[in-house]
Design a protein around this ligand. Sequence first.
Ligand SMILES: NC(=O)c1ccc[n+]([C@@H]2O[C@H](COP(=O)([O-])OP(=O)(O)OC[C@H]3O[C@@H](n4cnc5c(N)ncnc54)[C@H](OP(=O)(O)O)[C@@H]3O)[C@@H](O)[C@H]2O)c1
Length: 298
Amino acid sequence: MIVVTAPTGQIGRQVLDILMDADAPVRVIARDPARLPARVRENAEVIQGSHSDKDVLAKALTNADSVFWLLPPDLTTPNVEDYFRDFTRPFCEALTETGVARVVAVSTLGRGVAQNAGQISASLAMDEMIKATGVRYRALDLPGFMENMLRNVPSLKVTGVFASPVTPDRKQPTVATRDIAAVAARLLLDPTWEGQEGVPVLGPEDLSADDMARVMTEVLGRPIRFQQISFEEQKATMTGHGRSEAAAQGLIDMVRAIDRDGIYHARPRTPEAGSPTSFRQWCEDVLKPAFEKSAFEK
Ligand SMILES: NC(=O)c1ccc[n+]([C@@H]2O[C@H](COP(=O)([O-])OP(=O)(O)OC[C@H]3O[C@@H](n4cnc5c(N)ncnc54)[C@H](OP(=O)(O)O)[C@@H]3O)[C@@H](O)[C@H]2O)c1
């Protein structure tokens, strides 16, 4: 039995699709089962509740072989580290009590090098808590998701500009969530691996914000430009959109660690870490339809 947390999220629902296509026995934990697709409600076991709840986890993990673990983002938390720690603790207790064999978790690049890196540091601390239970573990070591660009659709549509504090020509890896889901599902369906390791999933190439603007210009058929803004401006925008001070500061610390400290490049890229979906392909398949559907106009 494979347990899937966050089954309605952008990665979780794609993991679930692959597992169900493979006819694997699946159990999901969902706060609102009505948000699950009909085929999941009909063919998977559904445990209602949050995967931060010890009783829900005790029920969901009983007689399970492996778990897909994803800690949901909380944009309003008063303390990022506490949020990650408090969310992970009941899971670790349930792992120890139920004796689940394997966990595959969504994590981040930066292990061993990130310092004061906001949500990245908190996610790496989550890995250590899970590893301390002794479970066989694969942390998916991820860069920023291509899907993050979807947040910019309104401004791309109205002004043709997307903005952030990153250095315009500094290249970074970026990954499509479909590639993350494919690696997660492969590991969940494989009952042979042992030990505890990080598995980088990096997309096929590193790209700068300027590179992305060029690709989007070609795919969307209109001029797109990147604008670098200060950390202060970025933080004010985020808190203006309802993020807590702590969540916004965490994201600023994260960007600083990625862009200025170069934590994504601490280890050289290997061929096995590359994943197939290019940013151009992702723009054709995901960004362009979202852009064309968006109600925002010039
Ligand atoms: N974005 C990036 O660039 C990046 C990079 C590296 C790592 N990550 C990590 O990737 C993860 C985000 O993945 P994603 O984009 O697939 O997530 P997502 O689409 O935001 O999905 C979040 C899921 O969590 C559920 N959820 C939200 N709050 C919950 C709560 N309090 N209790 C239980 N379930 C809750 C949601 O379900 P309902 O609302 O339906 O209940 C949904 O299924 C985070 O752990 C983040 O740290 C992100």
